[in-house]
Design a protein around this ligand. Structure first.
Ligand code: C2E
Ligand code: MG
Ligand code: MG
Length: 684
């Protein structure tokens, strides 16, 4: 069987010799001596065939290649296969040529010989070598380039890969073949690139961009931006050039905090989901409650600083393997992995609350912020990252509505009040330490300029920061519900004070006291009992107490507020609509609720839209006053800052004036001095 194969092979081989460009033919004996050489050896190597006969073929082969040829000869003699070998042959003129030879065994068992045929491939070899030289030159040149440059031939294979492939993707250029590249591209991105390249091929000269994720040799995922340019028409290139740029850093990091951004977060989350591990993972969306306020009041730069500080804290608080990212302007996300249970996740999130225990140091002041958290747990069996993130967002939304510092899990609530925002505990402490004070601002009869009563305004006497005005803490007090306690304190304090003055100061028993009520207080009918109790205990007649309510209370829960207001009204206390004109639907509230007093917001009195500056201001206020009177209400103008405003308001028939021009809010001692010598109030 071996013989038949050999014979067949030899037959085919001999046949090919009759073709054109058949090359030089040798018949060599087992020692490599030339039994026969075809005459065309002269045109190829310059030798006269007769001169070569019976000489070993090795005579025309440079020493370095002789061993190679000898081995090939032996292999041919002892095997049935065709053997191919490349070696150099010496031309008569001394030049070395590259030849490509094929050998088969000939002769019979007793005396075998070798048929060798070779072709001059010097031209091809030199081009190849030059090309290799150029490629390595170009590779060396591009080794430190940020882009990986790949030239795809018309067959779609890599014809050239720049030296940078190693630095950028970890693959030496030779190993970055087309298959290797495609394997490294994330499966779900692969098709997209193929489609882009197919489309590109259609149109010579066109280019396209596409982003794919590629696995670096070290196992990490990289985002590569691919710019593909069709240069099939360009003869030197004759292919499609791909410029691959690693954009991982710029795409995946938040510049400000240097944390991963949303894209990277979603990526990591998807990886965690795809892992389908038995451990629980969770997405916690974290929002700094005070961020928006800091930004609007202290500016972007300070707000950014707050984010940087928070990023540092949360990174420090994170356990190993977690991903902390900045996913929105003031929003962070934590991917908690390797958890035991949903309860474990909640416990871990509680701990994250500790990151806001300390104040943020911003623009020479300390700012406390609560942290509101929306939590989604993998126990819901998500298959997509965006679905899980959406649930966390929904939970955050709920948490926001429920108030600062809440943690809401997959839209269902868990109680967490412990260990969060110092501001709240500060406020609690302030109540306990009795740091709240009530100041009083007198209100005046617009015509006689006699004091008719006061508005009670709360202040926080901070042991370190001094007197803090309500604008700085009422918001938080409302968010945390502490306003209810604070409001009750003010109510009691104000009524006690009024009772005291009524006793001590002649004529003071006619004066009224206005106390502000928060939305939250109005939500609970309990306020009615509290007011009744205070009136009873202090002996103040109900009609001397005026409760001030802003529109927001009515917008929130119109029905509930209305019920509470009627009950208060039944007690006999007066009700005032505060800050009139700053909301939207004031008019309808005016007629729908049992108000006695209308307080025009100071924006219409002083300031750019006030009486002095704005020619329509006078008409507007005149209209409001008339409207109030038509509904049977007393009208108070707030924020009267100069005499001309006071005069205009009196002319327009306003009943009562309140403002810095007449008196600023003051401590009881200050107010007493105003009240005692009647002349000083009336005079000047
Ligand atoms: P408000 O009820 O409209 O109180 C009037 C505010 O205007 C007071 O500010 C007062 O100091 C200020 N004001 C008075 N006259 C002038 C003036 O001529 N020009 C200007 N520019 N301002 C004037 P304050 O004390 O800072 O209180 C701010 C707000 O805080 C109050 O507005 C009220 O809504 C709230 N607030 C104060 N105390 C309490 C309280 O005990 N409970 C509740 N729920 N809210 C309170
Ligand atoms: Mg008020
Ligand atoms: Mg007001």
């Amino acid at each position: 069987m071996g013989d038949r194969t050999t014979r067949e092979l030899r037959g085919q081989w001999m046949k090919s010799l009759t073709g054109s460009g058949a090359g030089v033919l040798y018949n060599l004996d087992s020692a490599g001596r030339t039994a026969y050489v075809s005459s065309n050896v002269q045109s190829v190597l310059g030798w006269d065939p007769a001169a070569l006969r019976s000489r070993p073929i090795f005579d025309i082969v440079p020493e370095e290649d002789q061993e190679l040829l000898r081995a090939a000869l032996l292999r041919t003699l002892h095997g049935d296969e065709e053997v191919e070998v490349e070696f150099r042959a010496r031309h008569l003129n001394g030049e070395e040529l590259f030849v490509e030879a094929t050998m088969v065994r000939a002769g019979d068992e007793s005396q075998s010989s070798v048929l060798l045929r070779f072709r001059d491939v010097t031209q091809r070899k030199t081009t190849e070598r030059e090309l290799r030289g150029m490629v390595s030159w170009f590779r060396a040149l591009t080794r430190n380039s940020g882009d990986v440059i790949v030239v795809l031939g018309s067959d779609g294979n890599h014809r050239f890969v720049s030296g940078s492939s190693e630095a950028v993707l970890g693959y030496p250029p030779d190993e970055f073949t087309h298959d290797a590249m495609m394997d490294a591209i994330r499966p779900r991105d692969r098709m997209g690139l193929v489609v882009v390249l197919e489309g590109l091929r259609e149109e010579v000269g066109s280019s396209a961009r596409h982003t794919v994720r590629v696995r670096h040799q070290d196992g990490t995922w990289r985002h590569l931006e691919v710019l593909a340019v069709n240069r099939l028409d360009d003869r030197t290139i004759a292919g499609v050039i791909l410029y691959l740029r690693d954009v991982t850093e710029q795409r995946l990091r938040d510049d400000l905090t240097d944390l991963p951004n949303r894209i990277l977060f979603v990526d990591r989350l998807q990886e965690a989901i795809d892992e389908r591990s038995s451990a629980v993972h969770a997405v916690a969306l974290l929002e700094l409650d005070r961020f928006a306020l800091v930004k609007s009041s202290l500016g972007t730069e300070v707000a950014d600083n707050m984010l940087v500080q928070f990023a540092r804290r949360i990174r420090r608080a994170a356990k190993e393997g977690w991903t902390i990212a900045r996913v929105g302007e003031g929003q962070f996300a934590a991917l908690l992995t390797g958890l035991e249970s949903g309860a474990d996740a909640q416990a871990q999130v509680q701990e994250l609350g500790g990151t806001v225990e300390e104040p943020f140091h911003l623009a020479a002041q300390e700012v406390y912020s609560g942290l509101t958290v929306g939590l989604a747990l993998s126990t819901r069996k998500y298959s997509r990252a965006d679905a899980m993130l959406r649930d966390a967002e929904g939970a955050l939304q709920k948490a926001r509505v429920q108030g600062s510092g809440e943690v809401v899990v997959n839209t269902e609530l868990i109680q967490t009040r412990g260990g969060r925002l110092l501001l709240e505990s500060d406020l609690i402490g302030a109540i306990e330490r009795n740091e709240f004070r009530v100041h009083y601002q007198p209100i005046y009869d617009a015509v006689s300029r006699a004091i008719r009563g006061f508005e009670a305004l709360v202040r926080w006497e901070h042991p370190r920061d001094g007197l803090i005005l309500p604008g700085r803490f009422i918001g938080v007090a409302e968010e945390t519900g502490l306003i209810v306690q604070i409001g009750e304190f003010v109510l009691r304090q104000a009524c006690e004070q009024l009772a005291l003055w009524s006793e001590q100061i002649a004529g003071a028993d006619e004066l009224t006291m206005a106390v502000n009520l928060s939305t939250l207080q109005l939500r609970d009918e309990e306020i009615v009992n509290r007011v009744a109790a205070v009136l009873l205990e202090t002996g103040i007649e109900a009609q001397r107490l005026k409760l001030e309510i802003t529109e927001t209370a009515l917008i929130d829960r119109p029905g509930q507020a209305g019920r509470t207001m009627s009950l208060l009204k039944d007690l006999g206390v007066g009700l005032a609509l505060d800050d009139f004109g700053t909301g939207y639907s004031s008019l309808s509230y005016l007629s729908a609720y049992p108000f006695d007093v209308l307080k025009i917001d100071r924006a219409f009195v002083s300031g750019p839209r006030g009486l002095d500056e704005w020619h329509r201001g006078r008409k507007l206020i005149g209209g409001i006053i008339q409207l109030g009177h038509a509904l049977g209400l007393d009208v108070v103008a707030e924020g009267v800052e100069d005499e001309s405003q006071a005069q205009i308001l009196a002319e327009l028939d306003c009943d009562i004036l309140q403002g810095y021009h007449l008196a600023r809010p003051g401590s009881p001692e200050v107010i007493e001095r105003l009240l005692q010598p009647k002349r000083r109030v009336m005079g000047s």
